[in-house]
Design a protein around this ligand. Structure first.
Ligand SMILES: Nc1ncnc2c1ncn2[C@@H]1O[C@H](COP(=O)(O)OP(=O)(O)OP(=O)(O)O)[C@@H](O)[C@H]1O
Ligand SMILES: [Mg+2]
Length: 452
């Protein structure tokens, strides 16, 4: 705790006298200067009189709650660190606190070590934020997340959220259409955290056959399957002290959902064929392009796991809703690729620029990146333009010309479904997206026409 010693000043807000004495003793012993009060009202009075590095507040207080205090702090002392202590099993309070701008939360009962680690991190990031504020004031609003291109309001909000929660251990659920930058966001969260020098382990939950998934995630003892001659280290263990990124979390089989939940609650895993539990220190990030709320309703995703993952949701908006970022991103990719391939930087004509901005980008940033790579290599403006035009034409062709003598609706629907499947080599997720319907609605129709 040397970085926190001597300098950290902490305002402790706890109404239980015993708890307050105990916490104060632990913190003072670490060289932290503690001022303790028993109510939100006293805390606000003190905050008006002097400065602190951070506030550590209980959720449940007499009269005004810890949440009221948090709201006051976020309004009046933006860069002050804030940690909320919540009662055991009240994940809803943790969610609410994080939403209102707490830097972290601790569920009671917590260990001394957890408390100190949390305080050390929050103080560090509060100081970074203060420095950052000075820096960015000096640099004039220059972007803080360098490789995250985008100045739209939506992306600035995403950047702010990422900077705020990066150096905590809260689980984050990253939502967004395919190609919007979910993995990039996960990597930024890791890179801006204390875990940056440790491993970032990514696993695609949809890409592992379900019968191998448990060993892949949690590891297996030698001999746990026929032919396994040595212990297998699972992804969780590989990510110990670092970050584990669970991509496509919506594809996680139900049996593993239960095990993941257990890890998130207890911090322990049990490798396949082992009897002993292992305690790990892993920060979990998850991403999905699916609607998990919908999946909870249909019973395909555990509700308790959803709430446990969704403590801080980040939604990366589709590119079409932030068109002011399109040209910035296009220029960024052109420069990057031109440098990579050692070719001259191509110029985007006005016509191409307009084409890029009015196109709907169904494949989002990834599609833009691919198109720019191709343009750097081929320097074929016509090809680029026709790619944008063709799709735009089909996008706009929402009005079908119905035949004079009517249509066989069922036959028509069936044909659309088969054609979509054919075009996407039987991939149902992609086919559903192609037809602009939810996965559930798509499956329902497949079943209706026995196309499954
Ligand atoms: N804001 C951005 N600035 C620069 N590059 C970006 C940005 N957003 C995305 N990219 C780039 O676009 C590509 C797609 O991003 P990423 O893989 O993070 O998307 P994703 O949401 O995880 O996609 P999928 O759902 O298909 O897995 C990557 O090459 C990434 O580096
Ligand atoms: Mg991805």
């Amino acid at each position: 705790m040397s970085d926190v010693q001597n300098t950290t000043t902490l305002l402790l807000v706890e109404d239980d006298l015993q708890q307050r004495k105990l916490l104060t003793a632990i913190l003072v012993n670490e060289g932290i200067e503690v001022v303790d009060v028993s109510s939100c009202e006293e805390a606000i009075l003190l905050l008006k009189q002097r400065t602190f590095d951070m506030v550590f507040s209980d959720w449940k207080l007499p009269h005004l709650s810890g949440l009221e205090l948090l709201k006051y702090v976020r309004k009046n002392h933006v860069n002050l660190g804030f940690v909320m202590a919540t009662a055991h099993g009240t994940i809803g309070h943790a969610v609410e606190a994080m939403n209102e701008g707490a830097d972290d939360y601790l569920a009671k009962p917590f260990q001394r070590q957890e408390l100190l680690l949390c305080i050390s991190k929050v103080t560090k990031s509060a100081r970074l934020k203060q420095q950052n504020q000075l820096l960015s004031e000096a640099l004039g609003k220059q972007q803080q997340l360098v490789e995250f291109v985008g100045t739209s309001k939506q992306m600035q909000d995403v950047h702010k959220l990422i900077s705020r929660i990066a150096n905590t251990d809260v689980t984050v659920l990253i939502n967004g259409e395919s190609g919007t930058g979910k993995e990039l966001a996960a990597r930024a969260l890791h890179r801006l955290s204390d875990r940056q020098s440790q491993r970032f382990v990514a696993i695609n939950c949809g890409a592992i056959p379900s019968e191998l998934a448990e060993a892949e995630f949690f590891g297996a003892k030698k001999g746990a399957f026929t032919g396994s001659h040595q212990d297998k280290i699972g992804k969780f263990e590989a990510a110990d002290n670092g970050t584990l990124f669970l991509d496509e979390i919506g594809e996680l089989p139900l049996a593993l959902q239960a095990k993941l939940l257990r890890f998130l609650q207890e911090g322990t895993i049990t490798p396949l064929g082992d009897t002993a539990e292992k305690k790990l220190n892993v920060r979990v990030l998850a991403a999905t392009h699916r609607d998990l709320v919908d999946m909870v309703k249909t019973g395909d995703f555990r509700e308790d796991l959803f709430y446990r993952l969704n403590i801080v949701p980040i939604t990366i908006p589709p590119l079409r809703s932030r068109s002011e970022d399109i040209i910035l991103l296009a220029d960024f990719f052109l420069q990057h690729r031109a440098k990579q391939y050692g070719v001259e930087l191509p110029v985007l004509s006005q016509e191409v620029r307009e084409g890029l901005v009015s196109y709907a980008w169904p494949g989002n940033v990834r599609e833009l990146s691919n198109k720019m790579e191709r343009f750097v290599l081929l320097a074929d403006e016509l090809e680029l333009l026709s790619g944008l035009e063709n799709l735009r034409a089909t996008q706009n062709k929402a009005e079908f010309q119905l035949p004079e003598n009517g249509v066989n609706w069922d036959e028509f629907e069936k044909q659309c479904l088969s054609e979509a499947l054919k075009r996407h080599a039987g991939n149902k997720t992609k086919s559903a997206k192609f037809l602009q319907m939810s996965y559930k609605a798509f499956l329902y129709r497949l079943e209706k026409y026995s196309l499954d």
